[in-house]
Ligand binder design. Structure first.
Ligand SMILES: [Zn+2]
Length: 368
């Protein structure tokens, strides 16, 4: 994690790339169902005095990008996509005070102004001025450069110079690790708790690390894919594959029928949320961070009522968590980089979407 003097750092490489500026910016765009392209896009420019431009060094493809890919969350043809990136600041607007050219920064998956009541309360995703990378008119994270609104408030500066090897771990803070942390926090994990994580996507795997970090005595992960739950095991979980209809009974049996104090739901289907509620102990809490999709989303209120099971969670205000989690990532205590099982250059992105959809890849890392 120390600076290496014997070769150019990511900073030097990326600042140089920007200053040469011979070639146009390349970025990933989505044109329809399963139609992902890499093409030239307009050069990002400062539009507001609070903007900064970031030259992206690393980005990722998220499970939630696949909902756009499959057409479940429709996009306008040609829209940019991607919301997980880190990079180097190349230009700042005149009102940006806390960032400098050359700073390595982590971008949360939404921008926010940092000033309003919601932001000050730590709910940056509810900021009235917030927005998401890749929304119409905004740059997506899967591209060489991104214009960042409210740069001072949105971006988190990495205080030290990093070896390139640490950068994938930093990238997980943009979404999956911080979202896993939100799930663990929403479920109320405290030292000594018995926790089950439902879902073996990148967020569920990160939920294991987060629950451990908050002091859980026992973490069980319920998943579907052998190679993914292997990562969960490395992260400190007991792992189970849930295929049978009696999975709730089998999992509850692990706690002698008592149920789990805390449940982290990281799938997003109504079925998964119902399973999570059924796995909670009486008086327990479910923290749900799976993006809801499909079905009517209804849950069994009677079960929640008679067993005093609480459900809370939602979209993770990751901007609120990054500084705290970053300290542990920098010391090496928290390292979720193992969720990346496939590394590609920008031109490999269309194929990587297909591989993720076919479950051949858990999560793709794009190195620029
Ligand atoms: Zn705000």
């Amino acid at each position: 994690m120390t600076e290496r003097a014997d070769r150019p750092t990511y900073r030097e490489r990326h600042i140089d790339a920007k200053s040469v500026k011979e070639k146009k910016v390349q970025a990933v765009t989505i044109h329809g169902i399963r139609d992902i392209r890499v093409e030239e896009v307009p050069d990002p420019e400062l539009r507001d005095p609070q903007d900064a431009l970031v030259q992206v060094t690393h980005a990722a493809i998220c499970g939630s990008d696949l909902w756009a890919y499959r057409g479940v969350s429709p996009r306008e043809p040609g829209q940019r996509i991607g919301h997980e990136f880190i990079g180097v600041v190349t230009e700042i607007g005149r009102d940006v005070q806390h960032l400098r050219r050359g700073d390595l920064v982590i971008a949360p998956f939404m921008w926010s102004d940092g000033e309003c009541r919601q932001c000050r309360a730590g709910w940056h995703t509810s900021c009235a001025q917030s927005g998401a990378w890749g929304q119409p008119g905004a740059d997506g994270g899967q591209g060489e450069a991104v214009r960042v609104p409210f740069a001072d408030a949105t971006l988190v500066r990495v205080p030290a110079t990093m070896d390139d090897a640490v950068l994938p771990a930093l990238l997980t803070l943009a979404d999956v690790l911080s979202t896993g942390h939100h799930g663990a926090l929403a479920s109320g994990v405290t030292p000594g708790d018995h926790v089950i994580v439902v879902g073996d996507g990148a967020v569920g795997l990160c939920g294991v690390l987060a629950a451990r970090r908050l002091g859980a005595e026992r973490v069980v992960l319920l998943g579907h894919h052998t190679e993914r739950i292997e990562i969960a095991r490395r992260f400190g979980a007991e792992t189970y594959i849930g295929r049978s209809d009696s999975v709730v009974e089998e999992m509850r049996e692990l706690t002698h029928g008592h149920g789990f104090d805390r449940v982290v739901e990281a799938v997003g289907t109504a079925q998964s949320l119902r399973t999570a509620i059924s796995l909670a102990a009486d008086g327990g809490t479910v923290g749900f961070v799976g993006v809801p999709h499909g079905g009517d989303g209804s849950v069994d209120l009677r079960q929640m009522f008679y067993r005093n099971v609480a459900v809370r969670g939602g979209v993770a205000p990751v901007r609120a968590y990054i500084p705290d989690l970053l300290s542990d990532v920098l010391t090496g205590e928290l390292d979720a980089a193992a969720v990346f099982d496939h590394t590609i250059a920008l031109d490999g992105v269309p194929r990587a979407y297909a591989k993720m959809e076919q479950r051949e890849v858990l999560k793709a890392l794009i190195r620029f």
